[in-house]
Design a binder for this molecule. Structure first.
Ligand code: NAD
Ligand code: UDP
Length: 312
């Protein structure tokens, strides 16, 4: 049997490592490319002895020459804390990363999936957000390196599709959480769980009334694979996320009650341009991919808390 050769950029990160697991389980030959900027070898250590798994330490801002049939382009820091550490590099990763992976797709004839983001909607003026919403994004604020980088990447994907007939698939991922998030990642779910398990106060930014919709990693990975295998000509962009909407204060209270922590909640300044609301309209994903998330926040949090108990 000829195995499909799949390149996963950002494969040693949170989502990328789960995707590598899933692709290997399905009998693919997986090439994981990562520069370990936010990812870790610990996320893929269990795969290093698998003959159908290869790790390449490489920076996607530089061209890459491998032979493959499919590409999942996930390389990019995703947490505001991480992507704002070196914003120019974040923009380069998105834009040069898109150019380099699209160039590779063009040469090899690979199908290519881009991990875009709900951040392309910025601080949205409508709720939930359908794919047709064009967004409300600051071009100059501290989140712009990521938001505008991802928007430019989407543009490049669609231009390669129109100009070179590249076989593209674009997904807009909404907040996703689960095991293997880095303890120092800075995103809200990992921060709250780590703080609660360490008996530290939970840091809510602003008054905690801003909302997010949280998707468990297993649901997300199902959707990525379904999108890669979706019908010819379906390019997306398609929203992938869990439409359950929670305020950040609600999340803090859930984590406190589920961990049994005695921590208090402290309120800190809301970061600039922090979106007030976010909730995916997943009608298109349901129709085209036959996908909807199945893991409730409470159940996903339970698994994530168990994971962090094991690594702290
Ligand atoms: P992550 O930070 O855990 O993973 C990103 C991976 O990319 C890391 O392993 C990192 O080392 C690698 N990387 C970063 N810059 C690189 C470069 N220049 N060259 C090679 N590798 C590089 O984050 P994640 O949550 O797993 O996100 C994966 C992808 O999904 C990202 O593109 C992100 O924008 C997108 N996404 C994630 C979410 C989410 O909630 N998790 C939401 C929207 C979009
Ligand atoms: N947040 C918070 N406390 C934290 C980390 C984040 O209150 O310790 C808030 C943040 O201001 C935002 C939401 O939680 O409103 C989600 O933040 P995250 O960094 O996870 O992702 P975002 O959706 O903002 O990209």
């Amino acid at each position: 049997m000829k195995r499909t050769r799949v390149l996963v950029t950002g494969g040693a990160g949170f989502l990328g490592s789960h995707l590598c697991d899933r692709l290997l389980l399905e009998g693919n030959d997986v090439i994981c490319l990562d520069n370990l900027f936010t990812g870790s070898k610990d996320n893929i250590r269990h795969l290093l002895d698998n003959p159908y798994f290869e790790f390449i330490r490489h920076d996607i801002t530089q061209p890459v020459y491998v032979e493959c049939d499919q590409i999942y382009n996930l390389a990019c820091p995703a947490s505001p804390v991480q992507y704002q550490k070196d914003p120019i590099y974040t923009a380069k990763t998105s834009v040069y990363g898109a150019l380099n992976t699209l160039g590779l797709a063009k040469r090899t004839g690979s199908k290519i999936l881009q991990a875009s983001t709900s951040e392309v909607y910025g601080d949205p003026q409508c709720n939930p957000q359908p794919e047709t919403y064009r967004g409300c994004v600051s071009t100059t604020g501290p989140r712009a390196c990521y938001d505008e980088g991802k928007r430019a990447a989407e543009t490049l994907f669609f231009d390669y599709h129109r100009q070179h007939k590249a076989d593209i698939k674009v997904v807009r991922i909404f907040n996703t959480y689960g095991p293997r998030m880095d303890t120092a990642d800075g995103r809200v779910v990992s921060n709250f769980i780590v703080q609660a398990l360490r008996g530290e106060d939970i840091t809510v930014y602003g008054d905690g009334s801003q909302t997010r919709s949280f998707c468990y990693v297993d649901d997300l990975i199902d959707a990525l694979v379904k999108m890669m295998n979706s019908r010819d000509g379906f390019t997306g962009p398609v929203n992938i996320g869990n439409p359950g909407e929670f305020s950040i204060r609600q999340l803090a209270e859930m984590v406190l009650s589920m961990t049994g922590a005695k921590s208090g909640i402290i309120y800190k300044q809301l970061p600039a341009d922090d979106p007030v609301q976010r909730k995916p309209d997943i009608t298109l994903a349901q129709k085209e991919l036959g996908w909807k998330p199945s893991v409730k926040l409470e159940n996903g949090l339970k698994k994530t808390i168990e994971y962090f108990k094991g690594v702290l």
